[in-house]
Design a protein around this ligand. Sequence first.
Ligand SMILES: [Zn+2]
Length: 123
Amino acid sequence: MRRQRRSNTAPEVEIRRELHRRGLRYRVNWRPEADLRVRADIAWPRRRLLVFIDGCYWHACPIHGTRPKSNSEWWNAKLAANVARDAQQTNELTARGWTVRRYWEHEDPQSVALDIESLVKRP
Ligand SMILES: [Zn+2]
């Protein structure tokens, strides 16, 4: 099974709807760097702001990141690699001057939107 960052998950759509309601406009599933295999879920290129809505399962959320019992060693390694890749991508993008924000899909869409809004609208 391939780890995939799916776009248009329910929490992501809800956050985008909330941002739109607040008058914010953004790019969706946007690739910030041509040489990096990474797409931000929501992006403001001119603000150099990238937002990722991480799925609880694939990104090993500490609250909901349940592990399958069978083949657990393989899964642990797989999910640990995902977490390491997330961190590595965040570091790389930050080093290139991007502001990176990661949220869990379980977070309240209203408060995530509020947080993002304050970043986009900061002077
Ligand atoms: Zn979670």
